[in-house]
Design a protein around this ligand. Sequence first.
Ligand code: MN
Ligand code: MN
Length: 460
Amino acid sequence: MSELERKRKSGWESINSEDLEKNIFEFSNDYMNYLNQAKTEREIISLSEKIIREHGFKSIDEYAELHPGDKVYFINRGKSMYIAVMGNKSLEEGINIIGAHADSPRLDLKPNPLVQEGEFAYLKTHYYGGIKKYQWTAIPLALHGVIVKENGEKITVSIGENEGEPVFTITDLLPHLAKEQQQKKLAEAINGENLSIVVGNRPDANDEKEKVKKYILKLLNKKYGITEEDFISSELEAVPAFKARTLGLDESLIAGYGQDDKVCVYTSLRAILEVENPDRTAVCLFSDKEEIGSMGNTGMESHVFDTFISELLNKAKINRPNLLDKVFCNSRMLSADVDAGADPLYAQVTDHNNAGLMGYGISINKYTGAGGKSNSSDANAEYVAFIRRIFNQNNIQYQLAELGKVDIGGGGTIAYILANKGVDVIDCGVPVLSMHAPYEVTSKFDVYTAYQAYKTFFMN
Ligand code: MN
Ligand code: MN
């Protein structure tokens, strides 16, 4: 029986054992270590594959048949993945899905990125996802990604993360000469076309024109064996070169790039590693392209996830026409995506009573959307009651939140995509400050709580 009045309290105030405190800090260290090894969707997928294989998961191709307790996964084009632990009950009775996204806002290189302007060689970019452009200038950037040559040979690139490697940056105007720029609207002060990364300033003495660009091309050819045309079939992403670090004198927070949504990727990954012989099949998925609308063959809107579940049905030897639709209608999902944490410096955008407070536990969004819940998947009260019950029974500290005040803005997640297939879905993730900035902030208490919440969901 709950108390008459619902009171909210920071999770740090309710920590009643040294063990719990130790677990929170240890878990956060593991999480920061994970963030520092993987900054792009491709890196997240390959690192996560390495981790799950160490825990006994095998690719679906390695199984002829699937039985309760089997641990299986599928990777889609190196950018999204689905992980399952087969349940004791038939898949027909429904599965428990947790879905996060591995992509984060960043600056993608253009197909023909290398130019010389004045005395500089630049790589031109086209930003990916919703960014505030001014935040991406005058910070250290690293380049990550792949270059695929015409013959199919793939070169993996990572420059700017390790000591001794160069970094990159986008220059900005000095305040002394920025009188006109400073009068512009924030959204217009930096032109998207000007998000060009400095890569060189040294002319090649043996060349005639565009000497700085030529010098860079020669270096790239020497280091990677590539020519300028090879950029066409590359996917190179400029990301902040900073490391994830503990934030604050009390060490209660984490600052790092890409926590939207790698914080939910990591916490749900850790949760599924601990799932053994569940009643209902547990599925953890990491999708791609969420930040640009979930389209394409690695985004959640594609049918590749359906194909994976169909393959589970095939290999469990129970498939029949239309069974997949029934599986989805009997399934439950947590759409594991970050929530806007309430920021006291910008208190005017949130309704405090309906906002995710940092350190107050995992944030549940019954619906997202904007201005009249437009385009959102609104979870049923019955399903919210179920989530509330299992969280309360397992001492999971949670809060119900909205993404900002009613008419202020809003956003979306992958929740509606699975809901449209008939799954009961609710958004449930970690509150974040400075979301989509190069350096995002989370609370260690909330990160640990997400992991506990996801474990609880898988086992119920
Ligand atoms: Mn997100
Ligand atoms: Mn986002």
